[in-house]
Design a protein around this ligand. Structure first.
Ligand code: TRP
Ligand code: SF4
Length: 399
């Protein structure tokens, strides 16, 4: 398993806003320094809910990649790609669908939730039901160990684990598995073989999880055995067949603290966002229009910051002295809400200014963006191709 590999995706269904930046992109930008990171635009996924809307995918995909780059996702450290440019995802999705019970998909919470929420759309499609399985294919095709996602996506990673387990169970049982595993052990060399056998015993007889972790590290170090043998031995220690598709883990992203203009979580569906591309003027207008504590009608009416969405933005953007100034001025009715909002306006515009400069630079060079997408997709495709040849071999269709 690629414990050191991270993969995540985003659907290109609209403009990115500060919620994406604070909730997702900053996190990705940190992860890329630690892990072999794959970030992709999930364009096929957009069709699962927006199949009949005219969303301008061409433009949305380009803009999304530009906004990622401007937010610090580095194309030299991360593999940035577009799902439809790696058609192997579709092949794996199809093959996984053969072993995935329909009931597993019907049980995914987002299936019923979204159908209820998006009543205006007919989501009784095959594609929408299968959407979490396509997501499983996205993850498994890179053998990603970690999937950074929000709370709403954890169930999809859980499903992915079940799908992988079942696939391995069905297709990892070669007729002569035991013999092949033993042969692979002897190929590792005496010392490593002895250690492997000891770890296997520790795990199988005592359920020692630590032995399992150590065995993975040991297998990663082996130079003398093939990838296929390494997968056999990873499964052999767990008392299963060959592990072709390793189970990923969700890396839960802390709920974004970014409040929207109305105090709810910032989200396109609440219409309370500040886009990464909003001009300083627009930001100012949006903040000035924000509701405040309804008790403050006149300047002389004292307020309570806890009842005010502007206060939540101060908590993201202001230092202690500004916050003290706000509390004091609000509770004692020493200042008006317009004054109170100014530091927030300035802070957001200061945050956006360098980002928008980078956006403008990238936006003026569409060829560069295309090249970045092309290179990333090729890199991703090489990994995907490798996994698919193992999958085909396991399924007996590598003729
Ligand atoms: N379903 C995710 C979302 O709506 C996007 C996504 C697609 C994804 N494939 C993925 C996320 C694979 C993580 C891993 O946000
Ligand atoms: Fe909100 Fe500030 Fe007005 Fe108080 S003074 S109600 S915190 S905007």
């Amino acid at each position: 398993m690629q414990d050191h590999r991270v993969l995540s995706g985003m659907r290109p269904t609209g403009r990115l806003h500060l919620g994406h930046y604070h909730g997702v992109l900053k996190n990705w930008a940190e992860l890329q320094n630690e892990y072999d990171s794959y970030f992709f635009v999930a364009d096929w996924h957009a069709f699962t809910t927006h199949y009949s809307d005219n969303i301008d995918l061409d433009n949305n995909v380009m803009e999304m990649v530009v906004d990622w780059l401007a937010s610090g996702i580095n194309p030299n450290t991360s593999t940035i790609f577009v799902q439809s440019k790696v058609p192997e995802h579709a092949e794996l999705h199809l093959l996984l669908s053969m072993t995935t019970p329909v009931s597993w998909l019907e049980r995914v919470p987002s299936y019923k939730d979204q159908q209820d929420k998006l009543k205006s759309k007919d989501l009784s499609t095959y594609g929408f039901l299968g959407y979490p399985l396509l997501q499983s294919a996205d993850i498994l095709i890179y053998k990603a160990g970690l999937v950074p996602v929000g709370e709403d996506q954890v169930a999809h990673v859980e499903l992915t684990r079940e799908v992988a387990r079942r696939f391995n169970y069905v297709h990892g049982r070669e007729v002569d598995f035991e013999k092949k595993a033993q042969d692979a052990i002897s190929k590792m060399g005496k010392k490593a073989a002895k250690l492997y056998n000891k770890l296997r015993k520790d795990y199988q007889e005592r359920g020692n999880e630590d032995a399992l972790v150590k065995s993975r590290a040991l297998l990663l170090e082996q130079q003398n055995i093939t990838m296929s043998d390494s997968e056999r031995l990873a499964g052999y220690i767990e008392g299963m067949g060959k592990i072709i598709l390793p189970e990923p883990e969700a890396l839960l992203t802390k709920a974004s603290k970014m409040p929207g203009l109305d105090g709810q979580k910032m989200s396109k569906s609440y219409n309370n966002t500040i886009s990464l591309r909003d001009t300083p003027n627009k930001v100012e207008k949006k903040i000035k229009r924000m509701p405040t504590d309804p008790a403050r009608i006149k300047l002389t009416d004292p307020g309570d910051p806890k009842k005010c969405p502007v206060w939540q933005l101060h908590q993201v953007y202001s230092d202690k002295s500004t916050m003290d100034w706000v509390s004091d001025g609000c509770v004692k009715a020493k200042m008006g809400c317009i004054d109170c909002k100014q530091p927030v306006i300035d802070a957001i515009n200061n945050e956006l200014a360098p980002m928008q400069e980078r956006i403008a630079k990238y936006q003026s060079d569409p060829d560069l963006i295309r090249q970045i997408i092309f290179d990333g997709s090729e890199r991703a495709r090489n990994v995907a191709r490798e996994t698919m040849s193992e999958v085909r071999e396991a399924m007996g269709i590598s003729y």
